[in-house]
Design a protein around this ligand. Sequence first.
Ligand SMILES: [Zn+2]
Ligand SMILES: [Zn+2]
Length: 248
Amino acid sequence: MQIQMLGTGSAFAKSFYNTSALIRCNEMNILIDCGFTTPKSLHDIHIQPDKIDGIIISHIHADHVGGLEEIAFRMLYEYKNKKTRLFLTKSIASILWENTLKGGMYNPADGYNSLEDYFEVILIEENVPVEIIPGLFIEFISTLHIPYKPSYSLFINHRTFYSADARFDENLLTQEVIGKRNCHTILHDCQLSGHGFIHATLEELLTLPNHIQKRVYLMHYDDIMRNFIGKTGCMTFIHQHEIIEIPE
Ligand SMILES: [Zn+2]
Ligand SMILES: [Zn+2]
């Protein structure tokens, strides 16, 4: 299994695409999130919408779901009404349609009134690993980003942790991600400067012991990233379009 980063930028980054990843597993392509710049990033690596076998949604900020309208419309008009699978929790599904997509996509005259009219919606229960395609288990766990806004981090095949946008959670990382599951790979969002209201900051992540830091790739960073090369302890920045191999 491989993970290719489609983007590694923060919501406001201009040098990097929105943080999103492509999981390649058994010849299938699964996206994690689809922000407003993700269709362009997919275009850069010559992946057309009909080659995407499903999209996992972590939360409904535009840098994570802003590209869904384009994907759905292109599937409808360019690929003869094919639907992309969406993997998400029930709490995300309702707000994704009502609060985000409905404005641009509601079209009752043609019978398009719901998320299911555009996507094959597959609801995933929290805290349960589910084999979404052969060989790929995804587990959604609720993590804190903004109070009262549902947001989910992921365990990928049990031993890779992918933070959605999440505040620093030392207990989760030390006890669950490492202590209980011994994850070999951690992809974590990282705010490089300022106080961490809604994201883990570099300063906070640097408090992790080295044996954990060694497993951490930093993503969801600002345009000033280059100023921080060499200042991330044992953690490394992952780059846009970089591919990493995920061990079994
Ligand atoms: Zn974000
Ligand atoms: Zn967010």
